[in-house]
Design a binder for this molecule. Sequence first.
Ligand code: SF4
Ligand code: MG
Length: 274
Amino acid sequence: MTASPRAAKAYKSSLKPVWCPGCGHFAVLSAATKAFAHLELEQQDVAVVSGIGCSSRVPAYMSTYGFHGIHGRALPLATGLKAMRPELTVVVAGGDGDGFSIGGNHFLHACRRNVDLTYIVMDNEVYGMTKGQASPTTAPDWLHGKLTPQGSGTRPFNPAAIALSSGASFVARAFSGQPNEIARILCEAISHRGFSFVQVLSPCPTFVPAQKDWKQVVRAFDDGPTGNAEEALRRVHADDGYSTGIIYQDDHPTWQPTLGQEVDVAAFEREFAI
Ligand code: SF4
Ligand code: MG
């Protein structure tokens, strides 16, 4: 990625992240600010929306507009914002617990509507902030003390496959050990018109120390993006979850309501009167 005349640090707030040393989320924060700088976005034209969790602290660490919402509800908040302020660049940031468990239903419908948002999920396969419970992407045999002493025993969610099946028009996977690649993918994701889903493998060394080994298994997908959803699904299902790159991109219509219509509130109330 070429150097930008605008400094990435201009998009960082004065708050110092409270993440643990070695947390993958530092790289994602840095890559996102790099992408904003590269795209020369004005700070007042960007809104970063999140739910709850370690990764959902991101809006506080940026100097753009931000909304730290409630658990799992970042996507409906962002959808409402984009519906009313379509000129804004709306980026949603969160984790696997927030986005795929309590927020799972919202994920499906944001993909289906193909809302023009960029959704970054920092996936560490665990609930980090609440001390290490199994999340929807945890491997079934991951043993964790008294919480899951025999593993969760349940199949993990495949985020890229779900996004593809539900109608997202941009699907990518990145790794926090490669911040320049995350920034490159985020530039493409933000520039794409439609719902852009970016899963970032972002280790939680505090609760899953074995994720430090991800750097040995992560590699790029053999092929570049396809616009054929069936082919993209085939690649995702054939993969072990550690291949990175832009998997899928197409240009089907986005959901965007027409603004400026007068609403007759009294008539609306009469319709629902009992
Ligand atoms: Fe990062 Fe895990 Fe620490 Fe949360 S608990 S800040 S995810 S390393
Ligand atoms: Mg998590």
